[in-house]
Design a protein. Structure first.
Length: 383
């Protein structure tokens, strides 16, 4: 019967008729999960949480609130301090162009012997932390965020010493202002968090009999695809989910078209299917995708996809899940099922084990932009 329900829900993605069908059957635990976790893209109701909001339209000084705290904002703080130093005939960063300042290079400056360079980086951290604290305070003034207890901080900027110091300093500023909110840097590396969270997009019953799924994280600079393992044999524990293999493509270096991006992604996923087969992993015919923007129920993107490779991802004539299904119609002989959601939502979900003891929480991802999402746990497990 469970397979029949799966088939019906696959054929009726908006499940308008399915509740009537399910009501005629005895309610098992799996069937109740079906009713509370509709299998649509960008869903508000998931097995573990309600997604209250994401990709907020709140306004800040520079446009959307997220424009006030992202990677470019930090670099601009750094450049402001360098400009001051240049007026005195010195640049502690040795005239290095701003676009060449990677996280590794900036982290290296922090531990170097040039104290002026350290001071400039620390000054940028201080300035950015104040901006970031201000952004959080504005989010919390919104009714959806008003009861937030914890905020997961992810994204590429979170990695490295600069990101860690920024988060720590922001926490101190929030504490000083009287805000009782705990900032929680992602436990997983940001590259893996964007994959691991995809497991939580899937209702538990869809994972039965399998050990792993494929996941994709699409950003403004990179595309990463990976095998996400959530159990071996009959044992399944989502809290121990891990990435066992992944492929990274820095598309920003290649500037591909949208069509070329889909082809490259399909090839990456095909390679991972073969790796899972070689590792004898029972791979579910499921692909979870995290992608910037507002994700509609049919998988289209209506806002926020401007930084995606090749452009025009918000076109009425483009649908990523549909295009991937054409390129990869099945896995292990079974038709694939794809669920896509906003990338900040997916990164936030990767930290479920660390937020089960609170009711209201959020995720902010610092990268090319500032991703945001807010959640309410369906159940709270106090420690």
């Amino acid at each position: 019967m469970e397979h029949l329900v799966f088939a019906l829900r696959y054929l009726l993605p908006f499940h308008g008729l399915l509740p009537t069908f399910e009501a005629s059957m005895a309610k098992t635990k799996s069937q109740k999960q079906l009713e509370t976790a509709p299998l649509i893209h960008g869903a508000a109701e998931l097995s573990s949480v309600t997604v209250d909001d994401y990709s907020s339209k709140l306004r800040g000084r520079n446009g959307f609130l997220g424009d006030d705290a992202n990677k470019a904002t930090f670099i601009s703080k750094l450049e402001e301090l360098r400009k001051v130093q240049r007026t005195h005939g010195m640049d502690p960063l040795k005239d290095m162009p701003a676009d060449k300042l990677s996280k590794k290079k900036i982290d290296a400056l922090l531990v170097g012997e040039d104290v002026e360079a350290v001071a400039v980086v620390m000054g940028a951290i201080e300035g950015f932390a104040h901006d970031f604290a201000g952004v959080i305070e504005k989010f919390v003034q919104d009714s959806v965020w008003s009861k937030t207890e914890r905020i997961v901080i992810g994204g590429g900027f979170r990695q490295g010493r600069v990101g860690e110091l920024t988060i720590a300093r922001t926490q101190i500023l929030l504490n000083a202002s009287g805000m009782d909110i705990k900032l929680l840097p992602t436990i997983h590396h940001a590259d893996e968090a964007g994959l691991i969270g995809a497991v939580y997009l899937m209702p538990d019953w869809m994972l039965n009999g399998h050990e792993a799924i494929l996941a994709v994280d699409i950003g403004g600079t990179n595309v990463r695809a990976g095998i996400v393992e959530f159990g071996k044999g009959k044992k399944r524990n989502l809290d121990e989910t891990r990435v066992t293999d992944s492929i990274l493509w820095r598309h920003a270096d290649d500037e591909p078209s949208r069509t070329a991006t889909i082809s490259r992604l399909a090839a990456m996923l095909g390679e991972l299917v073969e790796k899972a087969k070689a590792a004898r992993l029972r791979l579910a015919p499921l692909i979870g995708i995290g992608c910037p923007g507002v994700i509609e129920a049919d998988g289209s993107i209506t806002r926020g996809g401007q930084n995606l490779p090749g452009g025009n991802w918000e076109s009425d004539h483009f649908n990523l899940p549909r295009e991937l299904k054409k390129a990869i119609p099945n896995i292990g002989g079974d038709d694939i099922f794809i669920i896509m959601h906003n990338d900040a939502v997916v990164q936030g979900l990767s930290q479920m084990p660390q937020v089960r003891d609170v009711s209201s929480w959020a995720a902010l991802t610092i990268g090319t932009g500032l991703g945001n999402a807010h959640f309410t746990n369906r159940t709270v497990k106090k420690k």
